[in-house]
Design a protein around this ligand. Sequence first.
Ligand SMILES: *Cc1c(COP(=O)(O)O)cnc(C)c1O
Length: 429
Amino acid sequence: MHHFVYCNGVLHAEDVPLPQIAAEVGTPFYCYSSATITRHYLVFREALKGLDPSIYFAMKANSNLAVLRTLADLGAGCDVVSGGEFQVALTAGVKAAKIVFSGVGKTDEEIQLAVAGGVGQINVESEAELASVSRIASALGKTVRIALRVNPDVAAGTHDKISTGRKEDKFGIDWSLVPGLYRKARALPGISATAIAVHIGSQITSLAPFEAAFTKVRDLTLQLRAEGFEINHLDLGGGLGIPYDHLSNTTPPSPAEYGDMVRRVLGGLGCKLSFEPGRLIVGNAGIMVAKVVVMKDSPAKKFAIVDAAMNDLVRPAMYGARHEILPVIEAPLSPGLTPVDVVGPICETSDRFAQDYPLPPLKAGDLVAFMTAGAYGASMSSAYNSRPLIPEVMVQGDRYAVVRRRPSLAEMLALEQLPPWLADEPKGA
Ligand SMILES: *Cc1c(COP(=O)(O)O)cnc(C)c1O
């Protein structure tokens, strides 16, 4: 469910017509719906009622300050994966105690920053990291709550590049090593190790892998308790998938079905439960709007070349992801749809958003919307081809605001300088 719908033949974000935003900020741009973000957060929370859940938004999905503040105002914390994200979350108004620090390669500097700043929990991914957190926290005179992130060795059934819970993946602590590490953790100063964390991947469209992983976590909890460890907190990660593409007919489980499964598998343990959804909260709450630069017909193909590219939305190039594409001006019934390749202007064949995608006749200047671009869209974008990062706009009702503006070329170049031996006038004619 989202708030991007046609009204009088024009695609709107809530009550704002998208052509109005395009005219003001220029294309391409990202557009987020405040109502959709709010709705998804509340639906997820409602699905977990009775479990006393703590919800930490995985901000690598979307780290825009306005998105984070919207969620923080609803009571969400943040799951962060770098020192930078920790600071951005604080800047957005998230309390340090409501931040969980995840990530497979935290540096000492990042751990120091988080512990000194009062981070709520650190999800530890190796024995060496456990020692670092203990050393850094004790030096600061602090005790930090840690969870060992376990690798449950389950296949998430999702894209290979976003599976994180198989034993050959770099993430988490191998199942066989976990009890020994809890034993070590108990003896270390500066940490309180009463939690277990698990996160098996992203865009997971079936409950089975979650259930397999959570069942293993339950068994581990009982085993550790039997050995005399106190385990009172489980962090179940994120990863619940969302529908991207109306052509492919995948229907991921609903938050309610996910919640029922969690209740069934883990409800009786008396543990506090944490969740780290990213994509589920913001995926459908954002779109990317682009303009057709030129239509190109060749005997083999029809191409719509748009002004957005793989640097703005990398998911199709990186994961073969398919985003629904809608014309901003609703298609007339006739002459119907024809298959078009929708591509960007970058000199890479992978700079292609869709292949043989059914679209109405388009012409230069027409606007198209790439749906479900709110997660891993702007946050993964780059300035490849010296293309400035595109603006982000948030809509609320009939209001909208630019929440990240397009940088000028001068701003993009501000970090570069010529070395002294090249600083004179250019030598070329
Ligand atoms: C990426 C990530 C998430 C969020 O995953 P989604 O698929 O966006 O829900 C949660 N927890 C951890 C540790 C992650 O790395």
